[in-house]
Design a protein around this ligand. Structure first.
Ligand code: FES
Length: 376
């Protein structure tokens, strides 16, 4: 497919700066690549390189910049990066576990112009929060929540939902309300990377999802004046492919710690695609001209059921990473779609969850040792 056959994309509106893969937590659903430990601290982009990326992306039209990781607070230069992003006119977000967000650091980030903090919790109970992250961080997160409120930031709380915590949804929402959250994202786990490895432990039953949605709806009515609730349903159960990243290379640009530019967090695992690096190319070239960003833009690359599907513009064939993980082919129809030849794989996973099957293999926690031994 020639690049010229594709309508020219708009700018990358959303820049996600994954400034490090280092993280004190070991979450079982982490979306960092399984081989994250291959990216050593020495491979991370320098401050000067990040500043250049921020300028280039802003010049291209990016308006929102998320600082993520790993745990972005592991970088000592975060204040400097955020100050520059603010000066350039980005709306800035920090996506954090809260570890390292001391009162002093929070004040410095506020002074640097940080617009908004998204704080993640693993659960509403100390036991499960600390188990899932393999750290004792529950109390600290509560304190960080108070710090965020005291500095006048909007409180955005994020909890990844899965089989092990979904039955606590009522308490999770109550906790967010008590902490004064204005937004709560109840994001059902997406099954990539560590979550894919642990999928058969984490996939909820259909009944759990139905109950959780009903409880969330009840809370929506109760807290409508003070908190917005987002319940992101899992596509495995919905049977509907999602328009992943709002379209490949459409609005979203991720830069990984070593400078690799990706259209989504996990695309680096896709075979047969070379993704450009900001150390070798400027952001304009990466966004408009690189093969990695053009490969799955639009609909011209589609095959199989997608070609004649009336919904192809709506869902763009679903997620390329999921197509690769479940069908072995990134250009296949996403197997969550009932029209996919491989839909049976998804149905079998949901049926196993509904039957209460638990895999023999224990949960794998994200840590550098597992990253090296699992991936080699
Ligand atoms: Fe990579 Fe969906 S997560 S395309």
């Amino acid at each position: 497919m020639s690049v010229s056959a594709i309508a020219p994309p708009g700018p990358p509106l959303w820049l996600l700066a994954e400034v490090t893969y280092r993280c004190p937590l070991h979450c079982v659903f982490c979306y960092n690549p399984l081989d994250f430990a291959k990216t050593e601290r020495a491979d991370e982009l320098s401050t000067r390189e990040w500043l250049r990326v921020l300028r280039e992306a802003r010049a291209l039209g990016a308006v929102q910049c998320g600082f993520s990781g790993g745990e972005p607070l592991m970088r000592d230069d975060l204040e400097e990066l955020i100050a520059e992003a603010h000066r350039l006119g980005y709306y800035t977000n920090l996506l954090t576990s809260g570890v390292g967000l001391t009162k002093e650091r929070a004040a410095a980030l506020k002074a640097a112009g940080l617009d908004h903090v998204q704080l993640s919790f693993q659960d509403s109970t100390r036991e499960l929060n600390d188990f899932l992250s393999h750290t004792k961080t529950f109390q600290l997160k509560q304190e960080v929540g108070e710090t965020i409120k005291s500095l006048g930031w909007p409180m955005v709380m994020n909890v990844v939902i899965h089989r092990l915590n979904i039955d606590h949804i009522d308490r999770i929402i109550a906790m967010a309300d008590a902490l004064g959250a204005e937004y709560l994202e109840l994001a059902n786990s997406q099954y990539y990377s560590w979550a894919h490895l642990n999928r058969d432990h984490l996939l909820p039953t259909s009944e759990q999802i139905r109950r959780a949605e009903a409880i969330t709806d009840e809370w929506r009515a109760k807290v409508a004046d003070r908190m917005k609730l987002f319940f992101v349903a899992p596509d495995y159960h919905e049977g509907k492919p999602k328009k992943c990243m709002n379209g490949w290379g459409n609005v979203f640009l991720t830069i990984t710690p070593d400078g690799t530019a990706l259209p989504c967090h996990t695309a680096k695992m896709l075979p047969g695609l070379a993704f450009p690096n900001v150390r070798e190319h400027d952001v304009r070239h990466i966004w408009f001209d690189s093969e990695g960003f053009n490969r799955y833009r639009g609909t011209g690359w589609m095959k199989g059921a997608c070609v004649t599907c009336p919904d192809k513009e709506k869902d763009l064939g679903g997620c390329r990473c999921q197509a690769f993980l479940l069908a072995g082919d990134p250009a296949a129809t996403d197997p969550v779609c009932p029209k996919s030849e491989r839909h049976g794989v998804v149905q079998a996973a949901v049926a196993a969850a509904d039957a209460g099957e638990v895999p023999v293999r224990p949960l794998v926690f994200r840590d550098p040792k597992a990253s090296r031994t699992l991936i080699g």
